[in-house]
Design a protein around this ligand. Structure first.
Ligand SMILES: C[S@@+](CC[C@H](N)C(=O)[O-])C[C@H]1O[C@@H](n2cnc3c(N)ncnc32)[C@H](O)[C@@H]1O
Length: 337
């Protein structure tokens, strides 16, 4: 073997090993291990007992993740602690990614990708016995962690867009499929003269009310159970954040059409989504997100601005422009014809 092929084999094998490391991070996040290490390092035995884990198994996972700079581990006293990066797996960290790793999601259906590539359809039916949303709606605990993961990701993607935009004073902004309310809370904090409505599935409601209360905006925000495809309550402006990429084109037109049915001419709509380049290769993070959509939801995909313009026109909305957010996020502005 040449030196070059030796290093290529090492790089490829490294990629293979990283797959297991990611599953180990998900497992410790699900068990709540990092939260128990937030104050100080602990011995593995009592830690394993507290999270209900097998001591030997947990130690072996900890050792692996110490090699990925998430944990510290000292064999002399069998003590495990957190690195700065590992602290991001604690739920109380202001930039936490705990739920993003702990949530039921792409890694749980990834082993069905061969089927997805063959059929072009998510493997959720054969892996879970049902669609992804149906799986969550019958599992309150998993729905909760998924909602927390969405809030963590909204903090990175949608929330930095809020100060870049004007918000209507004395008017009502409705966030459709708004999850636990991270975005509408940030909007109401940015514009104290605005009122909010949050619409999402019934299981989300209780968590959303608690979150909005914690953010000090519940008095100005109504939380409603509702379906994306039903006519939403009247509002002056509608938000759809990271909702449309979960659906195929006909469903997107259906969601935009449902809002149109209630919105008089001149009503404004803001769509928070990543935009694929019109030409050339997407960034790796965009290809990753596009693949996650493909694996989880039928017909779901990341789209270009041209795609969104056409879908908006199909439902009688006019594209006004785009405000660029942080990498991975844009705000597409539209008005009802
Ligand atoms: C990807 S999450 C985005 C959440 C939030 N807007 C954000 O940016 O973090 C999609 C949201 O759509 C909601 N959703 C999915 N199907 C729905 C349906 N049929 N009716 C209402 N909401 C739905 C989910 O509960 C979830 O909160």
């Amino acid at each position: 073997m040449t030196d070059e092929s030796v290093s290529e084999v090492a790089a490829l094998f490294d990629l293979y090993q990283q797959g297991i490391a990611v599953h180990c991070v998900c497992a410790v996040a699900r068990l709540g291990v990092p939260d128990l290490l937030a104050d100080s390092p602990r011995r593995v035995g009592p830690l394993a007992a507290e999270v209900g884990a097998d001591e030997d198994a947990l130690r072996r996972v900890v050792r692996l993740l110490a090699g990925h700079a998430l944990f510290t581990y000292t064999p002399e006293n069998d003590e495990v602690g957190l690195t700065r990066r590992g602290r991001l797996l604690c739920g109380r960290h202001p930039m936490s990614l705990r739920a993003t790793f702990a949530t039921f999601g792409i890694l749980d259906v990834a082993h069905g990708l061969t089927e997805t590539i063959r059929t072009g359809r998510p493997a959720t039916e054969s892996v879970l016995g049902t669609g992804f949303w149906d799986h969550l709606t019958t599992r309150p605990r998993e729905q909760q962690v998924f909602g927390e993961a969405m809030a963590e990701q909204a903090r990175l993607l949608s929330l930095p867009c809020v100060p870049l935009l004007d918000w209507p004073v004395g008017e009502t902004v409705a966030d459709i499929g708004g999850g636990f309310g991270a975005l509408i809370a940030a909007v109401l904090q940015e514009e104290p003269g605005a009122r909010g409505i949050l619409v999402d599935q019934p299981l989300v409601r209780e968590h959303a009310e608690a979150f909005l209360e914690e953010q000090g905006v519940l008095a100005r925000c109504t939380v409603q159970s509702g379906n994306l495809f039903d006519t939403p309550p009247p509002a002056d402006m509608y938000l759809l954040s990271r909702v449309l990429h979960d659906w195929d084109d006909d469903a997107v037109a259906g969601i935009l059409g449902a809002i149109r049915r209630t919105a008089p001419a001149g009503t404004r709509l803001r769509i928070f989504e990543d935009l694929l380049p019109e030409d050339g290769l997407p960034r790796p993070a965009q290809s990753w997100s596009d693949l996650v959509m493909m694996a989880l939801y039928p017909g779901a995909r990341e789209r270009t601005l041209t795609d969104y313009r056409e879908l908006l026109e199909r439902a009688d909305w006019v594209l006004d422009g785009v405000v660029e957010g942080p990498p991975g996020m844009n705000v597409i502005e539209a008005t009802r014809k």
